[in-house]
Design a protein around this ligand. Structure first.
Ligand code: GLN
Length: 314
C-alpha cells in the first residue's frame, strides 16, 4: 500500500483548489428553495488521515446542508443497531442505476427497496432506526450517530428543513408507496420527517472528512479515537457507497476517480479510501444528476495526481 504524506496531500489539494476555484459550471439545486440561494462561489476541500491529521483548504468550516450524504450515516446507524444481514434483508445493497429520487427504485426488486443510499431505501432506513415508534428518541439516535462519526455535532438548518418539508411531494409519494409494499417499518409520515430533517442538518466539509476517515479507519474515529462501529461493518459501508454513491453515474465516477464516494444536493461529496484517508469537498453548483461539479473535479484530481485507486494504484 502506498504511503501518502500530509505534505503531499496538502500540495495536491491546494493545486486542485487553485485549478477549479473559478469554474462556473453547474447550478445550485433549485427544487429546494433554500439551496437555490446559497453562495455559489463557496468551495472547500478537506482530508483526514487515519492518524487524525487534516488538510483544510477553502471553505471547510462553512455549514451546508448534508442532504444525501446523511444516507451513509443513517445506514451506519442501522448497521450498528441491526447488523449486516438484516440491512441486506430489509433494505438491500444493490445499485439502482436510477436517479436518487426515483420512485421506481421501489418496484425494481420485489423483496426490498434496494439500497439505503437512495431516497426510497433511506426513508426505510429511518423507519428502522430504534426505538421504533418513538420519533424523539429516533431523532436523538440519528444525531448522536452523526456526531460520533464526525467527532462533533451537526446543527439543524431550520430554514432548510422548512423549505424542504414544504416541497418534498415526491418523497411523500415514496414513503407511502413503501408502505403499500410493506417495506417501511414505522409510521410513513414520521419516517419521512426524520429523513427530511436529517437531510437538513448543517455540516462542514471538515466534519465530513472525519466521518469518511472513520469508515476508512474501520470504525474508529481518528480524531476522537472513539470506536463508533465494529470493524467488520466497514467494508459493508464502503461497498454500499461504491455501488450507488453517485446514483446513475456511479460507474462513471468510480471508473474516473477510483474512490467510493457519496454526494448530496447541498454540494457536499464524501469519499472513503480504506486504510488511507477520508476526503470531502464542497461547492454548491451541481451537474444534471445532482452532484457537485467542483467537488467531483477536485477529488478526481487528487486521486489521479497521487496515483491512488481503491482497485489498485500505480
Ligand atoms: N433531501 C434531498 C431529497 O430527498 C436529498 C437529495 C440528494 O442530496 N441527492 O430530495
Amino acid at each position: 500500500e502506498k504511503h501518502i504524506t500530509l505534505a503531499q496531500l496538502k500540495e495536491v489539494a491546494q493545486e486542485a483548489y487553485n485549478q477549479f476555484k473559478s469554474n462556473t459550471d453547474g447550478k445550485n439545486a433549485d427544487y429546494i428553495p433554500y439551496l437555490a440561494n446559497i453562495d455559489k462561489n463557496l468551495f472547500g476541500i478537506s482530508i483526514c488521515l487515519l492518524n487524525g491529521q487534516t488538510v483544510e483548504i477553502g471553505d471547510t468550516e462553512y455549514r451546508f446542508g448534508i442532504e444525501s450524504v446523511s444516507k451513509v450515516h443513517t445506514a451506519i446507524l442501522v448497521l450498528r443497531q441491526y447488523g449486516a444481514q438484516k440491512l441486506l434483508d430489509m433494505i438491500g445493497a444493490d445499485a439502482t442505476g436510477l436517479p436518487f429520487n426515483s420512485i421506481i427504485a421501489i418496484l425494481l426488486e420485489n423483496d426490498h427497496p434496494s439500497t439505503p443510499l437512495v431516497n426510497a431505501g433511506a426513508i426505510t432506513a429511518c423507519s428502522m432506526v430504534q426505538p421504533v415508534g418513538d420519533a424523539k428518541k429516533k431523532w436523538d439516535a440519528i444525531v448522536s450517530n452523526i456526531t460520533d462519526l464526525c467527532g462533533s455535532a451537526p446543527q439543524l438548518i431550520d430554514e432548510l428543513y422548512k423549505s424542504e418539508s414544504a416541497t418534498n411531494f415526491n418523497n411523500r409519494s415514496i414513503a407511502w408507496l413503501l408502505k403499500n409494499y410493506n417495506r417501511i417499518y414505522d409510521d410513513p409520515d414520521m419516517s419521512l420527517d426524520l429523513y427530511t430533517r436529517q437531510c437538513s442538518l448543517g455540516i462542514t466539509a471538515k466534519q465530513l472528512s472525519v466521518a469518511a476517515a472513520t469508515v476508512a479507519n474501520k470504525g474508529v474515529n481518528p480524531v476522537t479515537k472513539k470506536e463508533v462501529f465494529e470493524a467488520d461493518l466497514s467494508p459493508k459501508i464502503t461497498s454500499l457507497i461504491s455501488t450507488v454513491g453517485f446514483y446513475e453515474h456511479t460507474g462513471d465516477w468510480l471508473y474516473t476517480s477510483g474512490i467510493p464516494a457519496k454526494t448530496g444536493v447541498g454540494g457536499g461529496v464524501m469519499g472513503v479510501l480504506p486504510g488511507q484517508f477520508g476526503i470531502s469537498a464542497f461547492a454548491p453548483p451541481l451537474d444534471g444528476s445532482g452532484n457537485s461539479v467542483k467537488a467531483q473535479l477536485a477529488i478526481k484530481y487528487i486521486m489521479n495526481k497521487l496515483g491512488l485507486n481503491v482497485f489498485g494504484g500505480d
